[in-house]
Design a protein around this ligand. Sequence first.
Ligand code: ADP
Ligand code: MG
Length: 605
Amino acid sequence: MGKIALLSQRLANQIAAGEVVERPASVVKELLENSLDACATRIEVDVESGGSRLMRVRDDGCGMDREDLALSLSRHATSKIVDLADLEAIGSLGFRGEALASVSSVSRLTITSKSAESEAEEAWKVEAEGQDMQPLLMPAAHQAGTTVEVRDLFFNTPARKKFLRTEKTEFTRIEETLKRLALSRFDVAFVLKHNQRVIHNLLKAATEQERQRRVALICGPAFIDNAVAIDVEGPGLRLWGWVSLPTFSRSQADLQYFYVNGRVVRDKLIAHAVKQAYRDVLFHGRHPAFVLYLELDPARVDVNVHPTKHEVRFRDSRMVHDFLFSSLHRALAEVSPGETLASHATTPTGGDRDSYSPGPDLDWGSQSSLALSDRPAPGSPVGYSASRGDVQPSRVRDQLDAYRQLNEDEEVPPLGYAIAQLHGVYILAQNRDGLIIVDMHAAHERITYERMKTACTSEELKVQPLLVPLSLAVSQGEADAAEEQQDALLNVGLGIERVADESIVVRQIPSILRHANVEQLVRDVLSDVMEYGSSERIQAHQDELLATMACHNSVRANRQLTVPEMNALLRDMEATERSGQCNHGRPTWVFLDMNQLDKLFLRGQ
Ligand code: ADP
Ligand code: MG
């Protein structure tokens, strides 16, 4: 007897459900996409108990008649494509015809619908429950449109139910799903309720102002205040939306929304192009925030690459990449000098503003100052010394003094003594054996981090009340997180109090961070806290929180240090554990001994 047997329909659906229905949020995603495909103009989502008890999506779309309703639950049943040509130029969000079949195989599902076209007054209802794929049809009452109710998700697959996280976490994911879709369709109104409480009520947005309002409601008011609007057209392509100024960078990639022809997409090619565009204006380890829409001929992009349809494949990926990169790069470069200056002044890496002069020569963060034409011609000493004009004579003398130090007959510490600072980024130092190059920003960050860790474990973290408590407008989610995790935040020295639905007050910070940009610091910490979720996980991730905070205390790149300051940093590094790598694992210093240097110059060969 053969060993191969066809899977039963039921089992096949449950297996497929594994791909499509990962958690409550994935159900909501499929249902919302169906409503949008049905041309709904208003969609209401009701969630109970994080979605595991109930998810109900009600729309005013085209609805289904009796016949379609009966078919809608079958696998590979779709009204959206008929042949291969359709698939090659897909305009709808769904097309695989498997979502409803999959969802019904792992839940108790009811669909009530009335076709907007049908003359008849009646509406119909279909019920299916897990195993029973024989859907039950009956007359019902409903207005034109569709209501889909999904109850008891995974009731028949306990192994998968176990993987569900807390009600709160699952709901947050549902909320994120709705936000993503709501940003893709300004012409549709969305309502989201959790346990009967209205969480989002997004009106239709027709004007630019209304659209910005929706973006602010979803991404937080601070995003839109710190973003530039862009709208660029290329050959057969258009890119529009909002991108954050480099000042508004985040510690996580959690405020990034990208749409290709209205479809939510998380794609490597796109991510790469965006990252490149921000590369020379963003400090390392930071993530930009953006809401961007790419529009192009549907025939030029393949969306049928992945079951959850998050990835796409462009027919001409090189061209799309370059278009994205150059549009964004230009948009960021065109931000007026005042804005860039302001953004540098409040840059998240903190540092002492007074001790550096933000002259144009120091502005390495922007492309323009690195443009080839600005570089001195090779071998042109005049051009070179002109560009060094910002080095004060006293500093040069300091450096000469330091240089002399090594000639004395004294113990030289491992990292040696500073000789100079290179382009505001590196410290050059010499010890008995050669040259040491230190990334001062990375090194300082590491030192701060290690100090905070030690202080935290020995409960000696010194804190400092803010003379003027800082009020911040935040999203509801951020305020919730701040309130729930007040104690955990206090453990790392942050005194934060929620004062309203969407506003918090910062009263106290660790003394070591007194020069940091408190707003940016708190926003980053809250974004971490939201990511970690529960209190236990925050405990477990306390070090990461400290690392995020340490990042705000570091010597900014470009800050001119005096030789004694540089030497102090070198000594701190020697005294600090793990100071050989920055918090992100990159080296903080490298060493070239005299032999290696000699080799570079082919000496003695
Ligand atoms: P797909 O969306 O890939 O076609 P689904 O399983 O999600 O597959 O849905 C199957 C079919 O049911 C859809 O093609 C559509 O005709 C119909 N349908 C589902 N949801 C709705 C809705 N909210 N309004 C109208 N028709 C719907
Ligand atoms: Mg669908």
